[in-house]
Design a binder for this molecule. Sequence first.
Ligand code: FAD
Length: 301
Amino acid sequence: MARVIVVGAGVVGLTCAVRLLEAGHRVDVVARDLPLETTSAVAAALWYPSLASPSDRVAAWARTSYDVFAGLADDPETGVVMRTGTELLTERAADPGWRAMLPSLGRETSLPPGYAAGWTFVSPVVDMPVHLRWLVGRLDALGGTLTRMNLSALPDDGSVVVNATGLGARHFGADPSVVPVSGQVVVVEQVGIDRWLLDPAGPTYVVPRTDDVVLGGTAVEGEWSRTPDPAIADAILHRAAALVPALEGARVLRHKVGLRPSRPTVRVERVDNVVHCYGHGGAGVTLGWGCAADVVGLVDE
Ligand SMILES: Cc1cc2nc3c(=O)[nH]c(=O)nc-3n(C[C@H](O)[C@H](O)[C@H](O)COP(=O)(O)OP(=O)(O)OC[C@H]3O[C@@H](n4cnc5c(N)ncnc54)[C@H](O)[C@@H]3O)c2cc1C
């Protein structure tokens, strides 16, 4: 079994680390930002396999992750809850390509004003701060380590290295195709909402968690700022309340901005001693467990 250094402690790095430890490897995770400081901690986070490529691999990764999350939802400490919700569309559309994955998927007939169609299905909702803490607990229990370290190059001590640096891969993968797509969210108090709603066009979303509700959002390519904009926050609150009137006047708990590591295609491949796993854009949570399974295979090659 190999000694593996995982660079990156977002959801992708930690999920890979856990699977590698379970496969019997010795794993050390190093990262500039600790889990609760990463983009991953900002994610809403709904399992939703669109807006990522290549579509055949994305479908397989998403399917694997769905099944893992469905299993984790039995344990409240994982932060995963299976929730019914609806994807809203302004125009009628053909079945989504990933319909086959979701036996529960059906056409929604009760729609908010302004929408022509909707898909209702059961999807994992992941409370990311809780889930990241749980992943760190798994890492620890399996004998892995997590160390804060701001690297200027990937380690080259002969170990196998997993490059799970998200946006950092612009530097480490010498890969300018990785770009930020910023996303702003407003976290409000839980006001008795248990269904998620998503209008991907906005994007506008309402993602209920056990103790709060994440409202979004924005998707601005090339934007590096992580400072929340009060005017955008007001617009998000307004759009969310238009979808779910119960949110009107809900107490705001937090404002957050995260930078999605976007790339034309998610990169999961081995080059010499480096296994790259980055560029998950707006779907790192959705794809994480599936990609981690491939990473274990690539480390074992
Ligand atoms: C507002 C918002 C909502 C989202 N909603 C969803 C959703 O509903 N569903 C979904 O699936 N996804 C969602 N996403 C996308 C998801 O958050 C990302 O795809 C995912 O977090 C990427 O994870 P990652 O581990 O690759 O990157 P990150 O979480 O960014 O982690 C990268 C790690 O690499 C480390 N690193 C980088 N450079 C260095 C360096 N020089 N030295 C050492 N370490 C380094 C960082 O410190 C960090 O630890 C959302 C994102 C945002 C912003």
